[in-house]
Write a protein that binds this ligand. Structure first.
Ligand code: GLN
Length: 184
């Protein structure tokens, strides 16, 4: 399986390294020509969603990426990547997201929690993270909550986490995504 990793800005290298450790082939998407390569899945990394959105538009990637996701390409968005998929951004996933939801003081923290379908307790690293404050359609499933806030969800081919599994050594979240890719 060959996974595209959006590499415009943010924490993309950590995702690539993790997927490669898991035996996957990855390639970086920095421009339209990269995007046109064959791919089985897509990772939208954490970083700064406003910068990533601007670059997606400037590079002519916004529409092609959106179309591919709407046509079923499996996608995993972490943190800023989750924001990109949400209502008002790429708007492929029926979620409304609150950016920088934990404020400046509590912007970054580490905890553990369960993610439905993944199993067991997982490390969760939050960095100026968003959370989902509204699920806008019934085919979108809540997979995890922390302190009453939604921090992971899935809508068919789209999977998102507020936290950064690529920064912890546990690979179960990436495994979940790869199962989605394999089952497509
Ligand atoms: N605060 C960032 C944003 O709003 C997201 C932070 C992250 O991806 N770690 O885009």
């Amino acid at each position: 399986m060959r996974i595209a990793v959006l590499a415009l800005q943010g924490a993309f290298i950590e995702h690539e390294q993790r997927l490669q450790q898991m035996g996957m082939e990855t390639f970086e998407v920095r421009q339209l020509a990269d995007w046109l390569q064959p791919k089985d899945g897509l990772i939208l990394p954490g970083g700064e969603s406003t910068v990533q959105m601007r670059l997606l538009a400037q590079l002519g990637l916004f529409e092609p990426v959106r179309d591919a996701i709407l046509h079923g390409l499996p996608v995993f968005g972490t943190c800023a990547g989750m924001i990109l998929l949400s209502e008002g951004y790429l708007s492929t996933m029926n979620i409304h997201v609150r950016r920088n939801a934990y404020g400046r003081q509590l912007g970054s923290f580490h905890t553990e929690g369960c993610v439905k379908g993944v199993g067991g307790h997982l490390p969760m690293t939050f960095i100026r993270a968003p959370y989902i404050d509204k699920i806008l359609s019934s085919d979108c499933q809540v997979l995890a909550e922390v302190d009453g806030h939604i921090v992971a969800a899935q809508q068919n081919n789209q999977f998102v986490t507020s936290f950064h599994p690529e920064l912890d050594s546990d690979s179960r979240i990436h495994q979940h995504f790869l199962r989605m890719v394999a089952g497509r």
